[in-house]
Design a protein around this ligand. Structure first.
Ligand code: ADP
Ligand code: TRP
Length: 328
């Protein structure tokens, strides 16, 4: 089974990204042949600062490797190192109906927010389809917000196959449900765009300050409370044992609980959970050549498949096959 997913380097990764995506990506690498990539071409639709793009791409690489991405098991690469992806994007574009893209929520949401759309934003799902189809992926593990993009990918692939013959493999989505929507420090969905994130690798005082800033109500201490409405508990619960979870639920319901105690426990738990990853990340930071080698090796493996898929697609539409690496 071939698994593929991508993550945009559009900011520092946070607990929402970890619980909603990265954790599952790491676990899945034991169940099949995994391909994970840094979607830097996608990030260009919103990020227009070359230094930041480089920095965030490097951060994503370090974060994934520190959190357990194993380059022996998974191919890990930069999207922009696979030139077959933009080429397939064009072939797919020629058979993608405008209406299909106009119906995409992510596009409509951005328009509704008053963002003036450019072609990159509009064509975003076609590039995503090419990411997936180029490696003949069987499943694509993504958060709920990406469900429609996978459906669009299937539509595009089916249409391409209908017009040109059976060339592309139709992938299945795998929606990561269990974690649902992780709340940020203000209780809304944790997201880079809302400025309410807790970054995975925060530690010491900055971590403390972030956790202490989580919004809670100002009900008196003695009053019994509903844990499920508490933004601190709603993060803490993902990092503690079942027994401890039950204890906290009891404490909330019986009254007399200080929110600062829950916050202190969350700080402690985050320090502990990511302790090993934090040390590994610091080590990796000292070895940029190693990280670069991993990404290059990953791109090589992905390209071996990508070249074949693109060649099939080129031939099907009436272009020359190209089964080998392009000469410079
Ligand atoms: P952001 O909203 O911070 O820009 P992205 O859209 O780049 O995050 O998210 C990448 C992936 O991380 C998403 O596909 C989703 O699966 C997951 N994710 C992000 N935020 C959350 C959250 N608050 N709760 C659960 N999953 C999330
Ligand atoms: N659009 C995805 C996101 O924002 C990232 C992404 C790009 C992706 N290409 C992909 C995810 C292909 C899965 C498969 O989260």
């Amino acid at each position: 089974m071939r698994i593929l997913s991508g993550i945009q380097p559009s900011g520092r990764l946070h607990l929402g990204n970890y619980l909603g995506a990265i954790k599952q990506h790491i676990e899945l690498q034991d169940t099949g042949e995994a391909f994970y990539f840094i979607a830097d071409l996608h990030a260009l639709t919103t990020l227009r600062d070359k230094d930041l793009l480089r920095q965030y791409s490097n951060d994503v690489a370090l974060d994934y490797l520190a959190l357990g991405l194993n380059p022996e098991k998974s191919s890990f690469y930069r999207q922009s190192d696979i030139p077959e992806v933009p080429e397939l994007t064009w072939l797919l574009s020629t058979i993608t109906p405008m209406g299909l893209l106009e119906r995409c929520h992510s596009f409509k949401d951005k328009i509704a927010k008053g963002i003036s759309p450019d072609h990159g934003l509009f064509a975003y799902p076609v590039l995503m389809a090419a990411d997936i189809l180029i490696v003949d992926a069987d499943i694509v593990p993504v958060g709920k917000d990406q469900k429609q993009h996978i459906e669009v990918t299937r539509d595009i692939a089916q249409r391409f196959n209908y017009v040109f013959g059976e060339v592309l493999k139709i992938p299945d989505e795998q929606i990561i449900e269990e974690t649902g929507i992780i709340p940020g420090t203000d209780g809304q969905k944790m997201s880079k765009s809302y400025g309410n994130t807790i970054e995975i690798f925060l530690e010491g005082k900055p971590l403390k300050d972030k956790v202490m800033s989580i919004v809670t109500d100002c009900a008196p201490i003695e009053e019994p409370k509903d844990p499920d409405k508490n933004n601190v508990y709603n993060l803490l619960k993902f990092f503690i044992s079942k027994e401890e979870d039950e204890e906290w639920r009891k404490k909330f319901k019986s009254g007399g609980l200080k929110y600062s105690d829950v916050k202190k426990r969350l700080i402690q738990v985050l320090e502990e959970t990511f302790k090993e990853a934090r040390e590994k990340r610091k080590e990796l930071e000292k070895h940029p050549d190693y990280v670069e080698d991993v990404l290059n090796e990953g791109a090589k493996k992905a390209r071996q498949i990508a070249i074949k898929t693109l060649s099939r697609a080129r031939e099907a539409v009436g272009l020359k096959r190209r089964d080998t690496l392009r000469s410079p």
